[in-house]
Design a protein around this ligand. Structure first.
Ligand SMILES: [Zn+2]
Length: 230
């Protein structure tokens, strides 16, 4: 959940010694200029307008800008212009810009790392794939590298498809004990096209990526335990 809202900050206060309060007739008024800003999680993101308020220190009567006399409206307008908006009211934008730059950098580093995994595949690597042509919402599926022989990468599919990028296998899911060969160049091409969304190596046991299950056809046919599917 993102908590956001609007807030205001006093950026200037000045006594108005010559102004007579129309309510109590005292000459004890104060002009306050606020900067209104948008905050996200209470971090100021950006200021969007300045507001002024005249308040009487004696009777507490406050007068908003729209109710001020024409004379004061002009003065307030000029004063608002002359008061700079504190830079820190932009701090959220700076944090966001830094964050975006870091994410861009981290994303780039991750792509480099994943490409290096595809260039030099290892048994155990998990590919999280995306099938755009799948008509249901279950467009994500997994492959796990079982073996690498020259440029051929032998992969086992998982038994489930997922409706989002899976970070772990469902408890009933696992990788089949059956493999098929994919040329290394095709893997890199799939990665470029976004058909391989990510490559995982050195994953935690709780991901379930080490779980293996029997390929159902092999059970019924009771044939060799390792069959290459083409
Ligand atoms: Zn007053």
């Amino acid at each position: 959940m993102i908590i956001y809202g609007w807030n205001s900050k006093i950026i200037k206060q000045a006594p108005l010694e010559n102004l007579t309060c129309e309510h109590c007739q005292e000459k004890n008024s104060l002009l306050t200029i606020y900067s209104r800003y948008v905050h996200i999680f209470w971090i100021p993101m950006f200021p969007y307008k300045k507001e002024a308020l005249i308040s009487c220190a004696h009777c507490q009567k406050a007068t908003e800008e729209k109710h001020m006399t024409v004379d004061y409206k002009e003065k307030v307008k000029a004063l608002k212009k002359s008061v700079p908006t504190p830079k820190y009211l932009f701090s959220g934008l700076v944090i966001l810009a830094l964050g975006a730059a870091y994410l861009g950098y981290a994303g780039n580093e991750n792509t480099k790392k994943e490409l290096s995994f595809l260039e030099q595949p290892q048994a155990g690597d998990v590919y999280r794939n995306y099938d755009e042509t799948e008509t249901t919402e279950y467009k994500y599926y997994l492959w796990k590298v079982a073996d690498v022989i020259d440029d051929s990468v032998y992969v086992s599919p998982s038994s489930y498809s997922y409706n989002g990028l899976p970070t772990k296998l469902e408890p009933e899911d696992g990788f089949y004990d059956a493999y098929f060969a994919v040329h290394k160049d095709l893997l890199i091409e799939m990665y470029d096209k976004g058909e391989i969304k990510s490559v995982l190596r050195e994953y935690a046991p709780e991901t379930g990526f080490d779980r293996m299950i029997s390929y159902p056809l092999l059970d019924s046919a009771s044939s060799a335990s390792h069959e290459v599917i083409n």
